[in-house]
Design a protein around this ligand. Structure first.
Ligand code: PMV
Length: 309
């Protein structure tokens, strides 16, 4: 059976600031994936294996996934295949892990496979960005970029992405608050903060941009253990932007108290996930501390190796 998939993603640093033109760093989280399979059928349709959404047909043109399918048809000049596309995803929705972009990317790849067509990653990325705009309102484009290329990236809005090289892999724990992250709302609120209190907010966003540069330098120089303090500072600045929450702060504090080298929220915030930088020696203690502090799910991954542990 033809199967296509796409990973989740983790923002290491720069979320929210990236919407306003500052850089950010993101890595694919390949353990969690959206997968799409296709079965021969009379017509084109899209269904969700967990019944989380209504089945979609080619005439549901208001739906961004159907719009994506039609865009692929126009781009390749092929009719939509008579198949039932079945979407499965391990990625928790609205949790800062890029579930929307991942699902759309896996679907696009499956449709292309079933049309026996290929398009460039660059073109695919621009089509997934259109879907992201419907889901998110004012997305920077970082989610679709890291997910389509499935590589660590240094990203600035409206600029060609650059690959982030990770010569020395590092361990992250990712912990889910279990609370949905209202990214649309939090992105809007940071925008309004920037309008209302331009000077202070610009100072915060500028510092986040510098933190991103410093983290990039340390990672690329093979010194990932040194990004911990920068992650902590990034988290404090995100709190000032009002996008943290008591659940996220509790997980960050628990991770640091248990020996994590650094911790911060990841993604849109006010819910969703946080990340903690750990070593093989501290990982277990930090994981237990995160569990006690209320994390509903915890994953362990090695960044720079693309393989989960
Ligand atoms: O989709 P999320 O929750 O990972 O948020 C993406 C990161 C933001 O910077 C908050 C938004 C964006 O479009 O870059």
């Amino acid at each position: 059976m033809l199967r296509a998939s796409a990973p989740a993603k983790i923002i290491l640093s720069g979320e929210h600031a990236v919407v306003h033109g500052y850089p950010a760093l993101a890595v694919p989280f390949s353990t969690l994936r959206a997968t799409v399979t296709a079965e021969p059928d009379k017509n084109f349709s899209i269904v969700f294996s967990d019944h989380s959404g209504e089945p979609l047909s080619a005439s549901d043109t208001e739906n961004p996934l159907v719009t994506l399918a039609h865009s692929l048809g126009r781009t390749t000049q092929r009719p939509l295949p008579a198949r039932k596309f079945i979407i499965r995803s391990d990625i928790p929705v609205a949790s800062g892990l890029g579930s929307g972009a991942s699902l759309a990317t896996a679907l696009a790849r499956s449709i292309l496979l079933n049309m026996d067509q290929q398009i460039s990653d660059e073109k695919l990325n621009s089509l997934i960005y259109e879907v992201e705009k419907v889901f998110h309102g004012n997305p920077s484009g970082i989610d679709n970029t890291v997910i389509v290329y499935e590589k660590p990236v240094y990203f600035i809005r409206n600029h060609p992405m650059q690959l982030l090289s990770v010569p020395v892999p590092f361990h992250l724990l990712i912990a889910d608050t279990g609370v949905k992250a209202p990214t649309f709302e939090s992105v809007g609120d940071v925008g309004r903060l920037l309008e209302r209190d331009t000077q202070t907010t610009t100072t915060i966003l500028t510092r986040i941009g510098h933190i991103v540069q410093e983290i990039r330098e340390k990672i690329e120089a093979g010194m990932p253990a040194q990004i911990g303090a920068l992650m902590n500072e990034n988290h404090a600045l995100l709190r000032e932007l009002t996008v943290s929450s008591s659940a996220l702060d509790s997980l960050v504090d628990a991770a640091l108290n248990a020996g994590a080298l650094g911790a911060k929220l990841s993604g849109g915030g006010r819910g969703g996930n946080m990340i903690a930088l750990v070593t093989p020696d501290t990982s277990q203690d930090v994981e237990l501390a995160l569990q006690s502090a209320g994390a509903v799910r915890i994953w362990h991954t090695l960044i720079g190796n693309e393989s989960a542990l």
